[in-house]
Design a protein around this ligand. Sequence first.
Ligand SMILES: Nc1ncnc2c1ncn2[C@@H]1O[C@H](COP(=O)(O)OP(=O)(O)O)[C@@H](O)[C@H]1O
Ligand SMILES: [Mg+2]
Length: 411
Amino acid sequence: MHTLPTKIEIRNLVKIFGDEAQGDALKLLKGGASKNRIQAETGHVVGVDHADFQVEEGEIFVVMGLSGSGKSTLIRCVNRLVEPTAGQVIVDGVDVTALSSRDLQEFRRSKTGMVFQHFALFPHQNVRANVAFGLKVKGLGQDARNQAADEALAMVGLAGYEQSFPGQLSGGMQQRVGLARALASQPDILLMDEAFSALDPLIRRQMQDELLTIQQGLANRNTILFITHDLNEALRVGSRVCIMKDGAIHQIGTPEDILMRPETDYVAEFVQDVDQGRVLLVSNVTEPAVTVTGETAVAAAIGTMDRANRDSLHVVDNEGRPIGAFTIRAAARAPGSDPISKHAKPVESVASDMMLAKAYQRCGGGLPLAVVDEGGKLIGSVNPLEILAELGRVESISEKLEQAKAKGTQR
Ligand SMILES: Nc1ncnc2c1ncn2[C@@H]1O[C@H](COP(=O)(O)OP(=O)(O)O)[C@@H](O)[C@H]1O
Ligand SMILES: [Mg+2]
């Protein structure tokens, strides 16, 4: 058994919103009353209901639950952006709930970094200045600030974008800036509240992978409190996952625990969705399509492919409807001056809300799928390998479940 030092300790934490919440509402909650009943009788809203757990140093602790389950309230109690109603938050042995406001400022500055869902970047400052912002508050000189900012930007893959402005970057890149800003001050604890939820699924998965890579590469690993409403994301990044409903914690465990040994009906229901792969749609793996029209010369199309760093592209008609795909392999045999339409292979069209398992049956040719809207216009592309990777992951989860079930019946 490994025993890492405890970084964050949440002790019997309660948050009830409303005036004088310590009174009747807290009494009712302690007596076991439901969130609904408390709201009906006192008008108070239960945000967090007796949360009690520990987070180890260097782990990615995921809090998962539907909207309104209390995730944000819980994470904000850790740095007291929300004042707890009862209970304690202990970080490195220090009772955060007892800090004076001045010590609290210092605690936030020196120990925590936050990444938000909607980036919160300054539009009129360049990327470097945005990332260096937190360090200014910390009192670092300009050169040291810029150096730390550039290092953090390199970590998130944005070296070279220091002088760009947020508006010039894609959503995924802006969120990288947000992550770099949090990393630049080398916080012990990263608080990430739905940080990836606004991103397209593919970019989102890239960011998840990158977060894991960054975390593993750091000499002193941050402890990360990561919030999401998406079970797939929770299972992918979490060393442990905490599942919340109505402010209360239903289960805390490793992804495997959650999948194979759900402790409440509520958790079991969530897991069921993953088990069936029901949650996966074409939109989960759709990427922007790179397109050319049929009369484009092969040589020009190859240039387009190169610049987009793709090994295939879609050929469309003048209305934007898919005609076929052109692959890098076909490019080797096609004369550069030929119109591309002569070398495009027919592709299958799918809707973005089609189930992934069904779409996969159309991937036999190995060509990308054309994702089309109701009018038949191309709106995106799906790489068959991405479908495989995603289905494979679900498969391995399902297999584990089957094995667990089989073991259960043998006994
Ligand atoms: N400032 C507030 N005043 C009153 N109720 C709030 C406040 N913030 C959150 N709540 C309520 O607390 C509960 C938990 O909210 P929240 O922590 O934001 O959930 P989540 O982040 O999981 O979506 C919800 O019922 C929400 O309506
Ligand atoms: Mg929230």
